[in-house]
Design a protein around this ligand. Structure first.
Ligand SMILES: Cc1cc2nc3c(=O)[nH]c(=O)nc-3n(C[C@H](O)[C@H](O)[C@H](O)COP(=O)(O)OP(=O)(O)OC[C@H]3O[C@@H](n4cnc5c(N)ncnc54)[C@H](O)[C@@H]3O)c2cc1C
Length: 454
């Protein structure tokens, strides 16, 4: 009988560009694919769990084409692995490495415990273009500035992604107890997520279609159109990269030969940079990288925070973004920056509160990208926008959504307003729209004052 090994899927819900799965087959072992629930050291938000549910379902369906099934277990991951090994007679466990502090701890403990019991564990690099431990600047320090980091990545030979190793093979199902995916209750009890499907259905096929559409239609204009929230000009692949439905090396190599792809590939390097930072500076998950902001006098104002969360600030571009987020689990990058700037600078509420809300409501909620995005806007992170550069949400709105296509999509109640009034309805005294929570000009001046005194 052929020897078997467990392949533990985590941030890599795919068969292509999956180093652990590839190595298992290359080692002559029959894979037993497993998913062990949410106690695996990673941080999950409510919207993200929706995508997780559907992507796991899709992965299971892909495995079934080869006679395999995804085995689901709940509870302590180490205990689950040990009991699965006993049940299946597997001789080893294969997984791809992860890079947040809690994930590293989890994997290290499990690896040590299994090895003590004589079980072989093999781990691989599949989440990033280059693993963070292999990148240092000329002073042998972790990078804190993006451009040299970007150049360093471009100087690396990005390994070619591995093909699906199951192709051409058929396996006999292994009789192992599995609970049902529904038992994890990943979906919300009220159908909050209906409109998430306007962004994606969380399948590999959708991710591949989005890559094809990127190559055929979007890449050429990407640098000009990626900032226009009313235009479908970005790839909408962030959920797929977060769940690992596609691999970043796979995406990189799919686009690399195209002369239009450099601006897009640069964005993938921002993702890479954020993981580099979180790996080398794990405290930044909750603390600013720049010490100056540690004791910043942020307000604890539940009313202001709630109004922002509900898209009722009175500033249309902020409200539109927050409503897009709540309805679809997604928000355009330009608007993420505007909403984050408004919360941290105009309302003087901590980026930590904003980060938490985004993390819970984004389908692409990613520990590293989210923290870096928030710290960048708040001015307290690596290579961040200087604190004193405060977005004016009205000017941003006029510049990037001049005709109000985005505003009117998410705030149909603004129909009837035109020109400047669309971006600042308070100019129309009788118009029925929430009055601004704070005066933009005064709050901006107060933020600058705080900065000068701090
Ligand atoms: C406050 C704030 C919070 C954010 N939170 C997240 C988050 O939780 N998860 C997340 O994936 N992205 C986050 N981002 C980055 C960015 O907004 C999203 O990656 C992007 O909007 C996703 O849409 P897309 O796939 O169409 O992007 P595209 O423009 O098509 O970009 C392609 C890919 O590059 C990566 N990327 C693009 N921009 C950035 C960036 N600024 N930083 C890091 N990676 C980037 C993403 O993986 C993205 O899918 C955040 C940005 C800000 C300002």
């Amino acid at each position: 009988m052929k020897k078997k090994a467990l392949v533990w899927f985590r941030r890599d819900l795919r068969l292509e560009d999956n180093e652990a799965l590839f190595a298992c087959i290359a080692d002559g072992l029959e894979p037993i694919p497993v998913w062990l629930g949410l106690q695996d050291g990673s941080k999950t938000g409510s919207a993200f769990k929706v995508g997780l549910h559907y992507s796991l379902m899709d992965l299971d369906a892909q495995l079934k084409e080869f006679g395999l099934s995804l085995i689901f277990c709940q509870g302590n991951c180490l205990k689950s692995l040990i009991s699965l090994i006993q049940e299946s007679n597997a001789c080893a466990v294969y997984w791809n490495r992860r890079y947040s502090a809690s994930e590293i701890d989890c994997d290290k403990n499990i690896m040590e415990s299994l090895r003590l019991q004589g079980i072989e564990v093999k781990s691989f690099a599949s989440q990033l273009l280059v693993e963070p431990m292999f990148l240092r600047n000329q002073s042998h320090q972790p990078y804190k500035v993006f451009t040299p980091f970007y150049k360093a990545i471009l100087g690396k030979n990005i390994p070619t992604p591995k093909p699906n190793p199951l192709h051409g093979k058929t396996f006999q199902p292994t009789a192992i107890n599995s609970i049902a995916l529904d038992d994890f209750n990943l979906l919300p009890s009220i159908p909050w997520h209906k409109e998430f499907f306007s962004v994606t259905n969380f399948t590999r096929t959708d991710a591949l279609n989005k890559i094809a559409s990127l190559k055929q239609h979007k890449l050429e204009d990407y640098s000009g159109m990626r900032d226009i929230p009313g235009h479908d000009g970005t790839s909408l692949l962030s959920w797929a990269l977060r769940l690992g439905v596609i691999g970043v090396k796979e995406l990189w190599h799919a686009l690399e030969p195209d002369s239009h792809s450099s601006v897009y590939l640069r964005q993938l390097v921002w993702r890479e940079f954020s993981w580099h930072l979180l790996f080398h500076f794990p405290k930044t998950a909750t603390e600013p990288l720049n010490e100056r902001f540690k004791a910043w006098p942020y307000l604890k104002d539940k009313h202001l925070l709630k109004s922002w969360q509900q898209g009722k600030t009175g500033v249309p571009i902020v409200d539109a973004g927050m409503r897009q987020l709540w309805k679809t689990g997604y928000m355009h990058n330009r608007v993420r920056m505007i909403c984050a700037s408004y919360l941290t600078k105009n309302l003087n509420i901590s980026w930590v509160d904003g980060e938490k809300w985004f993390y819970d409501t984004l389908i692409d909620a990613d520990e590293a990208n989210n923290v870096m995005g928030w710290q960048w806007v708040a001015g307290c992170g690596a290579d961040a926008a200087p604190y004193f550069r405060i977005f004016n949400p009205v000017l941003q709105s006029m510049k990037f959504d001049p005709e109000g296509a985005y505003l009117l999509k998410w705030l149909p109640e603004l129909a009837g307003l035109k020109g400047k009034a669309l971006h600042q309805p308070w100019l129309q005294p009788d118009f029925n729209y929430p009055k601004p929570l704070v005066c933009l000009d005064t709050s901006r001046k107060m933020a600058l004052q705080l900065y000068q005194n701090g």
